[in-house]
Design a protein around this ligand. Structure first.
Ligand SMILES: [Mg+2]
Length: 180
């Protein structure tokens, strides 16, 4: 009986380490930039879809562009880390933000993040991964032991499958949260 209890606790710990974001906010502009600086974080690895740009949008909003400029003004380096398979869409956003990035990143797998780091000589210890999906952005960050921040998706009118994933992600965070 004890053995079984230990095992369940171990699984819970592993899931906590993988799924619980280091910080979470409603929107990107709620992120405490000063707190990041105190943690020696100076590079933002940004998810694109539903973090900076809703699926319906083609261009970044002025509000998002202003926030990204504020990050730059605060000394942060920005990179796009997008799973989107459309090179054109990611390239267009990168041009608007005036940053480099990667499309078809295949998060939560870490190889393209490592490739990005190698290409641009990025110290991953100084990074935070910012995104709206636990199963993609947060697992990637936690797997690579990079600081990570979960934000709520810009557009919550999702397809059934995405809605199911979103509901499961938030349910797991709530259940696994250490202060539950
Ligand atoms: Mg996203």
């Amino acid at each position: 009986m004890n053995k079984r209890l230990i095992r369940i606790n171990d699984i819970k710990l592993i899931l906590q380490e993988l799924l619980i974001p280091k910080e979470s906010y409603e929107s990107v502009w709620d992120i405490d930039l000063e707190k990041l600086k105190e943690k020696n974080i100076s590079i933002l690895l940004l998810d694109l879809d539903n973090t900076l740009l809703s699926n319906k949008q083609r261009n970044l909003s002025i509000q998002h562009l202003n926030w990204l400029q504020k990050c730059k003004d605060n000394g942060f380096q920005l990179y796009l880390l997008s799973n989107n398979r459309s090179k054109k869409r990611v390239q267009k956003a990168a041009k608007q933000i005036e940053c480099n990035g990667i499309y078809l990143a295949m998060k939560p797998f870490s190889f393209s993040t490592k490739q990005l780091a190698q290409t641009y000589h990025i110290n991953l210890k100084k990074c935070t991964v910012i995104g709206d999906q636990v199963f993609k952005d947060i697992i990637l960050g936690n797997w690579l032991k990079i600081h990570n921040i979960l934000v709520e998706p810009i557009d919550k009118s999702m397809s059934l499958l995405v809605r199911l994933q979103y509901t499961l992600e938030r349910f797991l965070i709530q259940k696994l949260s250490p202060n539950q």
